[in-house]
Design a binder for this molecule. Structure first.
Ligand SMILES: Cc1cc2nc3c(=O)[nH]c(=O)nc-3n(C[C@H](O)[C@H](O)[C@H](O)COP(=O)(O)OP(=O)(O)OC[C@H]3O[C@@H](n4cnc5c(N)ncnc54)[C@H](O)[C@@H]3O)c2cc1C
Length: 367
């Protein structure tokens, strides 16, 4: 696209939505410059024109989309991206020191306890996370205290139903809606937890100085091989795989495979490439497993059960994690060395990168 051409939502529709690679982060709809003129809406669970004549052709929707090429080079340069997992100062296994949190968190509760420290120390006023509503439902929320954080803890794999499409359950939580709601808030320092695509949207907004992206002071990126759609069909498939009813599922987790914990204490492990229709198709072209634009990236991969693998990517993040440890919120696991953790993350990151590149070639995407 030449520099003199005006970019509109039509370009986003052509390059992303019609290609079937829209992540539904809702950045485009939430931060449209013609918001007050109601230019865009969500229709059939995808961004769409509500009032085409109102589009200002400002290009914001296109530029902040995590699946357009615009600003990719700027991000790679700013975050010093090197394949396959990006810049990092340290990688360690961490867990919460609060024994009440351990059973309710996804892995080691690093995220919940770290955010608790950031709130208590006054470093942030709130944190954008997701809240579990029943086992199969998630919503974005702004946590302002430990009780809110506890509501969000461990919600990673609860599935989210969106207001627009209650029948189509997905692990994808539209956290950009929470960012949008902060435009009218007096909070000036927040943390943001999200998947690589969500943090990429936020980083693109920060590059363009779109309000209120500037109030996000620290980002925690979740390792992500893919998101999941628990449609009626998908839920049936999962029941076939686990050979029992979904009513027996107490927890779902993802490390280097898909782990379903059942109410009798047993676990079923399923290879991520065997999940078929459960995988959200929009995620397949994505190549970023470790969330290279985050300040801290986390997952269960590589660490012993009950610990969170934590990649610390810059000095500010390192200082804050050290403070959280020194103040008794977090503790280090010593079982797994850094080299092994890095090797495990790199292996998954290459796996996702190669799958994504193959899919991009098929779709003719120049990402
Ligand atoms: C869709 C998805 C895919 C993942 N894939 C992998 C993987 O392939 N390999 C791997 O090792 N790890 C993966 N993870 C990360 C892993 O599941 C844990 O979230 C991570 O290890 C942190 O564990 P914790 O115990 O420290 O987090 P907790 O202390 O339990 O806190 C997790 C925090 O993240 C928030 N949160 C959860 N889901 C979302 C979301 N979708 N959007 C915004 N905030 C959210 C929660 O509200 C909570 O505040 C994935 C997570 C998600 C959501």
């Amino acid at each position: 696209m030449s520099n003199t051409e005006r970019i509109s939502f039509d370009d986003l529709k052509r390059d992303v939505i019609d290609r079937g690679i829209c992540d539904m982060c809702r950045g485009c709809v939430s931060f449209c410059s013609a918001d007050s003129l109601h230019a865009l809406t969500v229709k059939d669970n995808k961004p769409a024109y509500l009032n085409e004549d109102a589009c200002l052709k400002c290009g914001i929707c296109y530029m902040i989309c995590p699946n357009t090429e615009d600003l990719e080079d700027a991000l790679k340069s700013k975050y010093d991206y090197q394949l396959p997992i990006g810049r990092h100062l340290a990688v360690e296994s961490l867990r919460t020191k609060n024994p009440e949190l351990r059973p309710i968190c996804t892995d080691g509760g690093m995220v919940t306890s770290f955010l608790h420290y950031l709130l208590e120390s006054g470093y942030i006023h709130g944190a954008v996370v997701s809240r579990k509503v029943g086992l199969w439902n998630n919503q974005p929320m702004i946590a302002m205290n430990l009780w809110d954080l506890m509501e969000g803890a461990g919600s990673s794999m609860a599935v989210s139903s969106t207001v627009e499409d209650l029948g189509d359950l997905t692990t994808y939580v539209p956290t950009m809606l929470a960012i949008r709601s902060l435009r009218a808030s007096d909070m000036t320092r927040i943390a943001f937890v999200g998947t690589p695509c969500q943090i990429k949207t936020l980083r693109k907004m920060q590059l363009l100085r779109i309000v209120p992206a500037h109030i996000v002071r620290i980002t925690i990126g979740l390792f992500c091989y893919e998101n999941f759609n628990f449609t009626i069909e998908g839920r049936k498939k999962l029941e076939e795989k686990i050979k029992t009813s979904l009513d027996k599922v107490v927890k779902i987790n993802v490390k280097d495979d898909f782990i379903v914990k059942l109410d009798d204490g047993s676990s079923v492990h399923i290879d991520l490439d065997e999940l078929g229709d459960l995988v959200r198709p929009e995620c397949i072209p994505c190549t970023d497993f470790s969330c290279y634009t985050a300040d801290i990236s986390v997952g269960g991969l590589g660490s012993p059960d009950g610990y969170t693998t934590t990649m610390i990517r810059n000095r500010q993040a390192q200082t804050l994690v050290e403070e959280a440890i020194a103040n008794g919120y977090l503790e280090k696991g010593t079982e797994t060395g850094e080299d092994k953790l890095v090797a495990d993350i790199e292996k998954m990151a290459w796996r996702k990168y190669n799958r994504g590149k193959d899919k991009q070639k098929q779709l003719g995407i120049p990402l």
